[in-house]
Design a protein around this ligand. Structure first.
Ligand code: MTE
Length: 318
């Protein structure tokens, strides 16, 4: 049963219900059935081929992306994660080690002149890697500051040659129930899907990430390829991507399918628009004992505010 507080924005943000608790309540009966299925199937850890991409790191830092706070310690960041494929708690790092990140291919398709399926190591060789310091703001009102390594999403889009009618970019995560126990929970609409408009995907901030803290990306953080869109709530930053498609219609995203009134397509950070069940006015900075006021577009308005003029009719902030 769902218990709603009448004034959700008045509760301390640390009491915000994580998505999994909320949705688990809704689906408790289905959960019982799925739990027995998990027991029957069991997890089969697999090692995969070694990741030899270490030589690409650390990449040169792009100083255009500066922080207003210290970088979150690596040990905090790699062990406090949302990655529902491996469980609905924050402690999924050990379970995520089952993910095989080599070999790994990324399919690029849809309305492009050059569709292809490319091995992650070939992508690393072709793309201009750089390090950027970004803030990351989760819809659950916690934040981190992360040194990502990767390349502008725009570089990949341009190389694929967008064709007429390419209005949106759709991203998809791997689907492998043998490796990812969360994907055996059938009430979630797997695989995880996210999307941006082509204009959003082509702006300077949209970043495809292959590394963090000067090393290849840890599995808990979405190896070997994830998105970083720091002006949006963190759920837009899809992990462990296997497919990127340029499409005409707006993609149906994972969280939008689960909770359209709470986790909409746009999900731009705005402290003035509360989540229906808690305030977004400030955030807990993980690894510190600090709370900070949250900024509009997570402080990245100079890069992205212009993308949204003329879209006032959309639910841009949730
Ligand atoms: N991508 C996939 N495939 N699965 C997920 O569960 N969680 C999202 C996002 N990307 C998620 C995902 C959410 S809610 C957040 S806040 C960020 O990943 C968390 O990224 P981090 O663990 O590196 O902090």
């Amino acid at each position: 049963m769902v218990i709603r507080r009448s004034k959700g924005w008045e509760i301390p943000e640390r009491h915000a219900t994580p998505e999994h608790v909320f949705f688990a309540r809704r689906t408790v009966l289905k959960g019982v059935a799925a739990a027995s299925a998990v027991g029957v199937l069991g997890a089969l850890p697999t090692l995969g081929a070694p990741d030899s991409s270490g030589a690409f790191y650390p990449a040169k830092r792009n100083e255009a992306f500066a922080l207003d706070r210290p970088v979150t310690p690596e040990a905090v960041n790699t062990r406090y994660n949302n990655f529902y494929e491996f469980g609905s708690s924050k402690s999924i790092a050990d379970a995520a080690e089952s993910l095989k990140v080599r070999p790994w291919t990324v399919k690029i398709d849809g309305r492009v002149g050059k569709p292809q399926e490319i091995a992650i190591d070939d992508l690393l060789k072709r793309m201009p890697l750089e390090e950027r310091l970004y803030r990351h703001r989760c819809v659950e009102a916690w934040s981190m500051a992360v040194p990502w390594t990767g390349f502008p999403l725009r570089a990949l889009i341009e190389a694929a040659e967008p064709q007429a009618g390419a209005n949106y970019v759709r991203f998809e995560t791997f689907l492998d129930r043998a490796v990812a126990p969360g994907q055996r929970q059938f009430w979630y609409p797997w695989p995880y899907v996210e999307g941006l408009t082509l204009a959003e995907a082509s702006n300077d901030l949209a970043f495809l990430v292959t590394g963090a803290y000067g090393k290849p990306l840890p599995k808990s953080m979405g190896a070997p390829l994830r998105l970083a869109t720091p002006w949006k709530y963190g759920f837009k930053s899809i992990k462990s991507i296997t497919r990127i498609s340029l499409v005409a219609e707006r993609p149906k995203t994972f969280w939008e399918q689960l909770g359209p009134s709470e986790y909409g397509f746009w999900a731009n950070v705005n402290p003035m628009v509360p989540h229906p069940r808690w305030s977004q006015a400030n955030e807990e900075v993980l690894g510190t004992h600090e709370r900070r006021p949250t900024e509009l577009y997570n402080g990245y308005g100079e890069f992205v505010a212009g993308l949204y003029s003329g879209l006032e009719g959309e639910r841009l902030f949730m």
